[in-house]
Design a binder for this molecule. Sequence first.
Ligand SMILES: C[S@@+](CC[C@H](N)C(=O)[O-])C[C@H]1O[C@@H](n2cnc3c(N)ncnc32)[C@H](O)[C@@H]1O
Length: 202
Amino acid sequence: MSTSLAWDERYAGGGFQFGEAPNLFLLSQAHRLRRGMRALAVGDGEGRNGVWLAEQGLDATSVDWSAVGLAKAGALAERRGVPISTVTADLSCWDWPEARFDVIAWIYVHLPPQDRAAACEGAVRALAPGGLLVLECFTPAQEGRRSGGPKDPALLWSRALVERHFAGLEVLEVMEGAARLDEGPRHQGLAEVVRAVLRRAP
Ligand SMILES: C[S@@+](CC[C@H](N)C(=O)[O-])C[C@H]1O[C@@H](n2cnc3c(N)ncnc32)[C@H](O)[C@@H]1O
């Protein structure tokens, strides 16, 4: 079972488990971002995505239940000379702010079904009108590959789950299929993912 303690242990070493560069799909969405937007990087771990959003001039917050990961996120931001806020919280029971964020990055966050439903509801509530949600996660076709992802199939995502959990949002982009990952020691090689960009109505 995934726990905050298990993630603290994974992050306790010196390196960055998923690298220091942002997720490539999030990077590909740079054209949708504007300076001054308020961004939330959900399950941001060691902070690579939150820090990159801050470097684009966004007002970035990273939330994760691993205090060890977030301490590294803060140190990475300081090293890169950008400010980020960090919040240590369990996404399944976090008091998600209302209509607060113009962008939410949901990158490789895999939760048990009930927790996932609660966190998705929270994320939709937290989007400001016109706000964007950018998601990349592993799908069931990833089973047997060594390029990353949870072992428990119940935690995996799919296009259908994206459409169900975010039914209230407009789908701007969605694809389920193969992608080549190069993200630190944990995400390397060909992988099966779902990628989506969704928007709350203005
Ligand atoms: C595979 S890592 C991805 C980290 C980061 N998004 C990235 O792409 O570099 C999953 C992250 O989700 C966090 N996480 C998992 N379950 C969580 C929960 N219930 N509440 C908060 N964070 C959680 C973990 O601590 C971990 O940092």
